[in-house]
Ligand binder design. Structure first.
Ligand code: SF4
Length: 476
């Protein structure tokens, strides 16, 4: 379904990159598409069952391997209530390809803990097998379009062939092109939320994607899993310490020993709440290997983010507050600040003064959520979620306000992907024209739609042609 009939970028994108991919989808999808589905877990993740009838939970899909060997490495998979296993995942169209591709007897495939196949009866491979087709969270054609924006590793930072035609575009034409690309990105995020909400409901979807976004790229999957476990965490209690203890306990993030001193009081309170439940919860507890702590900034430590999540859960009003916020009139200049107020929790005596459960106390309090992360949540989760709720509820005024806020939101923190995009497309790294988060989102969408499907030399890229057609159109 098209939400913006006059979106030239979306139309071009669908005719170009996405159409090529869609042609490949039926009757047999390409393996790369299956790998993308796995990477992003576009599956109904609850109720997955192997072909021999065992429930299976994907605690981490693993890291995509673009070299020889199994498709994903270091995945974390749990069968029934067994201890989660760390190993590889291989994805094939059918089980017969295990032999057909020479995996049998190949020592590199010895570490495969799960064989994922598209469809068909499972031929014995000696590995647990999961059939993907009946577990998709959306129709395959919709997923193909969604994945048209996901691609290969980033090309090198050399100036692209679109740079010259882009520089010939006037500022207004360039801004409008970025705006249309950002519309596509909003729609793409919103359809993913909608796909999950069909199974889990809107509030549960909000928890899962909000916690996942707080995990950043390194800890997206363990945080998403804890989001999936929020109904368990909420059972019978709305006390913020109990909720924090449950989230940290389920995440395996509570240190065993407490040190003497007043700062260990909080850890003791958490253990007092958790020890009674730890045994019953043990099949759900994430392995420590799920987490990647290397290189994480102190303020972004998962335990700190989970304390914030526990505060929102205890309050129980996040969804209602976001909806109220959308209905309230807020000047553009106060958007970010007004959202930070919506997201504020009551003062946390421990986490406002610590980066981790073991770190020394600092003198002045630090906010649990900075403005950069609030912008990230707004653009990647809250506004797409509110927008899609308005669309599905046919509430035209809520939809309009969600769009206005999405396009007016001030730009977020710069990052290496944006810098690379500016270097390749604009021929420089200056962020001067990217005043809004939507302009940044538009740039990201273009690099996903085009750069990621081409190479460092821009071979077979249709974007320069699109820009030229766009320039002619805008000059009339
Ligand atoms: S691949 Fe296409 S969009 Fe990317 S820099 Fe090259 S011409 Fe531009």
């Amino acid at each position: 379904m098209r939400f913006w009939p006059d979106n030239f970028y979306e139309e071009w994108r669908e005719r170009g990159v996405a159409t090529e991919l869609l042609h490949d989808v039926e009757p047999i999808p390409p393996e790369r598409l299956l790998q993308q589905i796995w990477l992003h877990q576009r599956l109904r993740r609850e109720g997955l069952v192997t072909t021999d009838g065992r429930p299976v939970r994907i605690l981490h899909p693993g890291f995509w391997n673009h070299e020889s060997g199994p498709d994903f490495q270091k995945a974390i998979i749990q069968f029934g209530t067994d201890t989660p296993q760390v190993g590889a995942v291989e994805i094939d169209l059918s089980s017969s390809l295990w032999k057909g591709h020479g995996h049998e007897g190949n020592p590199r495939y010895g570490e495969v803990v799960l064989h994922v196949i598209w469809e068909g009866a499972s031929k014995p491979t000696g590995r647990p097998t999961l059939i993907m087709k009946p577990a998709l969270d959306a129709p395959l054609g919709e997923l193909a379009l969604w994945f048209a924006a996901e691609g290969l590793p980033k090309p090198h930072a050399i100036i692209g062939q679109c740079s010259a035609p882009l520089q010939n575009l006037g500022v207004a034409a360039l801004n409008e092109l970025l705006r249309q690309a950002a519309q596509v990105r909003l729609h793409r995020k919103a359809t993913q939320l909608q796909a999950r909400a069909r199974d889990a409901g809107w509030e549960q979807t909000l928890w899962e994607f909000t916690l996942a976004a707080l995990g950043y790229k390194h800890n997206h999957w363990p945080m998403r899993r804890l989001g999936e476990l929020t109904p368990w965490a909420l059972a019978g209690s709305a006390d913020s310490v109990i909720l924090e203890a449950r989230l940290l306990g389920l995440g395996n993030l509570l240190p065993r020993e407490t040190k003497a001193g007043s700062d260990s009081l909080h850890l003791r309170r958490l253990w007092d709440a958790w020890w009674r439940e730890a045994d019953a919860a043990s099949p759900l507890v994430l392995p420590r290997a799920s987490w990647c702590m290397a290189g994480i900034r102190p303020a972004n430590q998962p335990a700190r983010r989970l304390a914030l999540g526990a505060g929102w859960l205890a309050d129980g009003q996040l969804m209602a507050r976001l909806e109220d916020w959308l209905l309230r009139s807020v000047p553009v200049s106060a958007l970010a600040e007004s959202l930070e107020e919506v997201l504020a929790i009551s003062a946390h005596e421990f986490w406002e003064f610590h980066w981790t459960l073991r770190s020394p106390r600092f003198a002045t309090p630090q906010p649990l959520l900075g403005s950069a992360r609030a912008t990230d949540l707004a653009v990647n989760v809250f506004l797409p979620w509110l927008w899609m709720r308005a669309v599905t509820g046919q509430n035209a005024s809520m939809r309009r306000v969600a769009e206005e806020r999405y396009f007016a939101w001030p730009s977020g923190q710069d990052n290496s992907t944006l810098k690379l995009g500016r270097q390749r497309l604009m021929g420089h790294t200056s962020s001067k024209i990217f005043h809004t988060a939507a302009a940044q989102q538009g740039l990201l969408q273009i690099t996903r739609d085009f750069c990621d499907h081409s190479n460092a030399l821009c071979q077979n890229c249709h974007f320069p042609e699109l820009v030229k057609v766009w320039q002619v159109r805008m000059s009339h």
